[in-house]
Design a protein around this ligand. Structure first.
Ligand code: MTE
Length: 314
């Protein structure tokens, strides 16, 4: 199912962050929350959202909203690319809470609004590279994960950050399946320095609106130099830990999916060469384009891996 984007949504229609937060609080108090708000929102429940421009944005042309919201991986809703758009609309994302715990001085459970409120939002237009060898360019709206982590005050023993997605089989048909595609909850992890890198963000929106459910509403991780599966969706828990945490695809098949999963054209996946990629929406004539080391973000991230064998640590 494709979702139509209102052609007339312009910057002028985008309301400031405070108004968005008020709107969410308003929705919280309303029956069911199943309300389509705003000025020709692209997706049911979407609210307009805006963010400051960022030095980290690419000048690559953003992929169409229809492709970004119609061609997804979100196995909690099924394994076909169209399943998230077809089934994620039922997910209740308000109210939503996030727990931050583990090796921090200030563990807490926040209502989403309170978790987001202290942070100024930025628009980050990032390349998004899936291990299946396709790519997109997505104008995310979010804030740096580092800022949220600093607020919790990590203790000196914290070496990694672990993330967890919601478990709610009543609204996530893939979790209710007799033969589930993955073990739930979906879990992911980063080394602490990767989590603190300025490129790593928590996204709460894209294309000037709150995040569509199929893209991981209400809050998901975006790590643009890693394969897309590191970008865990619909996060309910962030834990600071001292050991490398388990990750969903590594648990599923450790030979195919490593912990690091940095985009690397020289390290092939057993089923997909990673040397090149298909840019979704570029048209049949566009052909494939070469994949860049660290997805083109080497300048910002390569130094974190100095001296590491990136073939062994794939
Ligand atoms: N997060 C959860 N909870 N469940 C998933 O199945 N799929 C991952 C990642 N995050 C996934 C997830 C994969 S394989 C990719 S490529 C990206 O989400 C896709 O993000 P997109 O649908 O916004 O493009």
């Amino acid at each position: 199912m494709l979702i139509r984007h209102a052609p007339d949504l312009t910057e002028a229609h985008v309301t400031p962050r405070e108004a968005y937060l008020d709107r969410r609080s308003f929705l919280l108090g309303s029956a069911g929350g199943a309300i389509t708000v705003g000025l020709g929102g692209a997706v049911a429940n979407a609210a307009p959202l805006s963010g400051a421009k960022s030095q980290y944005s690419t000048t690559d042309k953003p992929t169409n909203l229809e492709d970004i919201t119609g061609y997804n991986n979100f196995y909690e809703f099924g394994t076909d690319k169209g399943d998230p758009a077809a089934y994620a609309g039922k997910l209740t994302t308000s109210p939503w809470s996030i727990k931050i715990d583990g090796l921090v001085s200030k563990p807490a459970t926040y209502a989403l609004e309170d978790f987001v409120k202290p942070h100024g939002l930025e628009e980050r237009i990032y390349r998004h590279r899936c291990v299946e060898a396709w790519s997109m360019v997505i104008p995310w709206l979010g804030f740096q994960l580092s800022d949220a982590l600093k607020r919790a005050e990590p203790l000196s023993g914290a070496k990694y950050v672990a993330f967890e997605t919601l478990v709610r089989p009543s609204e996530m048909p893939g979790q209710a399946a007799y033969f589930p595609a993955l073990e739930w909850p979906y879990v992911e992890g980063l080394r602490l320095d990767e989590a603190m890198n300025p490129l790593t963000i928590l996204a709460v929106g894209l294309y000037g609106e709150t995040l569509p459910n199929q893209n991981g509403a209400p809050i998901r991780l975006v790590v643009p130099w890693k394969y897309g599966f590191k970008g865990i969706k619909s996060i309910v828990r962030i834990s600071l830990v001292d050991k490398q945490p388990p990750t969903s695809w590594n648990k599923e098949n450790a030979n195919e999916y490593g912990f690091y999963s940095n985009v690397n054209p020289e390290v092939d996946h057993p089923r997909w060469s990673q040397a090149s990629e298909r840019r979704i929406g570029a048209g049949l004539l566009a052909g494939r384009q070469p994949t860049l080391m660290f997805n083109g973000y080497a300048e910002q991230v390569a130094s974190m891996y100095t001296g590491m064998d990136l073939k062994a640590n794939f």
